[in-house]
Design a binder for this molecule. Structure first.
Ligand code: GLC
Length: 740
């Protein structure tokens, strides 16, 4: 009898493995990718090959353009930007899969930067959390929503280091530090792609903008960058290297010229570094018409030259401009392009399409779309992340948190009940009606007895102060006034460079008028970059930097204002006092004459302190912490050795809270100047009142080295300083030695 049972069980198992398909692994999904790529390549005409190198944009509402189906039918369009919606993408995909000669699927891409329909805080805000796991989780939700509307590719994460808040795109990255930037780049790539970007709720990621786009002269978007290879390798490369090491499938070449060679025609960055040094085997897409813009840069006389320059340098897919398609055959015939170069670009794109599983599963299940967006758990996550990303800049006399039972609260300002700004510039397909504004969040938070009154006071931009009196009257009649000021979404993001960092319009005067009432005043900033808020810092007791906090920002702000969330975030960018200090960043060089107040002849300003308004890594809490007892595992290590650094962190206050313990090093003497401080570790820890914890960091070769004059990464022997603290200024320190 037992034998029959065993046989029956075996049969059942075999049957189930056919009936219940287990999700295939990456190699099962796309077996023998290289063979399949080469087999397909061998069948393609030149026009079909050039078609795979072409991406065109759809209409703003997500529709494809009338000419797209025919281009796809002829194999002349390999990818679209902005075409979205399961039904629409399936409709265009059906043309590719049933009417084209070789049935190569279309790759649908879109800017899903910090959310598709559920919009998370801007990346600069998420970086303020100093908790990359949050960015991984938000990217995973963004991928799940995007995949369900037919998208398989997002042009994210943006991993540009930004040291200049005049540059509007500082909003999109992780701030000024390469170590923090690398951590968030890894996390976002993992969130978008998972361990298999062909999985149903994942998308292909795109690390952008390759490279040094944030170093734009004058903070002017698209402007020239001119910097040493050392600075490229020390500051701007690390987040991209982290993304490549995390398996990112694509990169996007940037608009800017790098040391005289535009990034979209730069063989050093596109081929020597990316391909030869880093062994990247995905593909590079240009930025929007950045191939054709090589003519404006003056390194191409026409689109023919532009196509040759870009493709030969290593830009595989051309976004929107059509130089490759129009002039590829002629350039090949003139031997200004080789067949091998064209084939390699096509191979890289086909490789990614196979890895995406697009050939096997080209369509999106339309039935999934309606329930895929704004899921309750996604909205809860957006609120959680926003609350962990807002930075408490000042809180004198414990003005915050507010009491939920206070009798009246005046909610003032042009950003108190504004739905679009919290979504940031890159709002995916986010809808304003899904934004919880601060006014709504506060109303939902306070007790039924609390009277909540609201006055806009003035516009975000604009000269009128006609609304001031109403706002002042409401503040005077209330227990407390909360003023919401900052920037509109058009002032954060692409092509949003500013010549000053002042609050736009008459907002600063509105704050001054409310403060002048003598009522307890709190300022909440809604903005995408550090602003010049010196007067507010000197005169207003409490300031919360909420950034652009996404769909749930109003609830998160209310959670913090009324103490349901204790803020624990830190600044990922330096806050300058004035725009005149820019560029200003914490990991600067010491110079031969470091600033000394009493000595005129040192590096500083005669009309302003040389220090920032708030330093990198700064942020307060409703409780207090003590960091002490710095210990090193050894007084010296070999260049390839490991050192453990630990400190004790104690919550010395009366309420639970988070502290971000930051570890910095300084290489005191080296064959090149080294920064006075470099972030090489951070940990966000949650502690109950009175709780103590020892926090450990490991330092090794990868943390202690730099790129030397011979352009080699080296760890040189000598003395190092290690500094640990709750920001980049207030630290405790010790020294250790690296021996040969
Ligand atoms: C834009 C941006 C880039 C974006 C692309 C597609 O110009 O520079 O970040 O992904 O075009 O929208």
């Amino acid at each position: 009898m037992k034998r029959h049972i065993r046989l029956a069980v075996l049969l059942l198992f075999l049957l189930s493995s056919f009936l219940l398909p287990t999700p295939p692994t990456l190699s099962q999904r796309a077996p023998n990718v290289e063979q399949r790529v080469n087999a397909l390549l061998a069948q393609m005409t030149l026009e079909e090959k050039l078609g795979q190198l072409q991406q065109l944009d759809g209409e703003g509402n997500g529709n494809f353009r009338p000419e797209h189906p025919d281009l796809v039918r002829k194999g002349l369009l390999g990818s679209t930007l902005g075409v979205r919606g399961a039904q629409r993408t399936n409709q265009l995909q059906r043309v590719a899969m049933t009417e084209s000669r070789l049935k190569i699927p279309v790759l649908f891409g879109f800017d899903v930067i910090h959310g598709y329909r559920t919009i998370f805080p801007i990346p600069l805000a998420e970086a303020s959390s100093f908790d990359p796991s949050l960015a991984e989780r938000s990217a995973a939700v963004a991928a799940q929503e995007a995949n369900n509307v037919g998208l398989r590719w997002t042009f994210a994460p943006m991993v540009d280091i930004a040291r200049d808040p005049r540059w509007g795109r500082i909003t999109e990255g992780a701030g000024e530090d390469p170590f923090l930037g690398a951590a968030f780049a890894r996390a976002r790539v993992r969130g978008f792609q998972g361990d298999n970007y062909g999985a149903p709720d994942k998308v292909l990621a795109c690390a952008k903008h390759w490279v040094a786009y944030g170093d734009a002269e004058g903070g002017r978007d698209y402007d020239t960058t001119d910097l040493s290879e050392n600075t490229l390798r020390e500051i701007y490369f690390p987040p991209f290297k982290a993304a490549v090491d995390a398996g990112v499938g694509t990169l996007m070449s940037s608009f800017n010229a790098i040391n005289g060679v535009p990034a979209s025609a730069n063989a050093f960055t596109l081929t020597k570094v990316l391909r030869q040094e880093w062994k990247f085997d995905g593909f590079v897409v240009s930025d929007y018409t950045s191939v054709r813009e090589l003519i404006n840069h003056g390194i191409a006389a026409n689109e023919e030259d532009a196509a040759a320059a870009a493709l030969n340098a290593g830009v595989d897919m051309e976004m929107v401009s059509r130089s490759y398609n129009m002039f590829g055959p002629k350039l090949l015939q003139q031997k200004r392009l080789s067949q091998a170069t064209i084939d390699e670009a096509v191979r890289r794109i086909l490789r990614i399409k196979f890895r995406l599983g697009l050939f096997d599963r080209p369509y999106t299940e339309e039935a999934r779309e309606p329930n895929a967006l704004l899921r309750p758990e996604s909205i809860r996550l957006a609120r959680e992340i926003a609350g962990r990303s807002m930075v408490l800049l000042k809180n004198d006399r414990e003005t915050l948190p507010l009491n939920k039972n206070l009798s009246s609260i005046a909610v003032i300002g042009p950003l108190a009940d504004e739905r679009r700004a919290p979504l940031g510039w890159w709002a995916g397909d986010g809808k304003e009606e899904n934004t919880v504004t601060p006014l709504a969040g506060i109303k939902a938070k306070v007790s039924a007895q609390t009277k909540v009154v609201y006055a806009k006071g003035c516009e975000i931009q604009g000269d009128s102060t006609a609304g001031f009196q109403e706002a002042v009257n409401l503040a005077k009649a209330s227990d407390v006034a909360v003023v919401f000021v900052g920037e509109s979404h058009e002032w954060a993001g692409e092509a949003a460079s500013r010549s000053t960092l002042e609050l736009p319009g008459r907002q600063m005067e509105l704050v001054q008028a409310i403060q002048a009432t003598g009522k307890p005043t709190i300022v909440v900033l809604v903005n995408g970059r550090p602003l010049s808020i010196g007067w507010i810092v000197n005169n207003v007791p409490s300031i919360l930097e909420s950034w652009m906090g996404g769909s749930e920002s109003g609830n998160a702000i209310a959670d913090i204002l009324f103490g349901d969330v204790n803020p624990g975030a830190k600044l990922p960018v330096t806050y300058p006092r004035t725009v005149g200090q820019v560029p200003i960043y914490y990991n600067h060089m010491n110079t031969g004459r470091p600033p000394e107040a009493e000595n005129r002849y040192t590096s500083k300003y005669i009309d302003s302190p040389w220090t920032p308004l708030f330093p990198f890594g700064y942020g307060l809490s409703y409780t207090t912490f003590k960091i002490s007892n710095l210990q090193l595992s050894a007084p010296r290590i070999a260049a390839n050795g490991k050192l453990t650094v630990s400190v004790e962190v104690e919550n010395t206050g009366k309420r639970a809270g988070d502290e971000v313990v930051q570890l910095y090093i300084r290489d005191l003497v080296a064959t090149m100047t080294r920064p006075v401080k470099e972030l090489k570790g951070f940990q966000r820890v949650s502690l109950q009142p009175g709780e103590k914890r020892r926090v450990e960091f490991a330092l090794s070769h990868e943390h202690l080295g730099f790129w030397n004059r011979e352009m080699r990464y080296v760890v040189e022997p000598g003395e190092f300083r290690v500094m640990v603290g709750a920001n980049s200024v207030d630290t405790i320190e010790a020294k250790f030695e690296v021996t040969n």
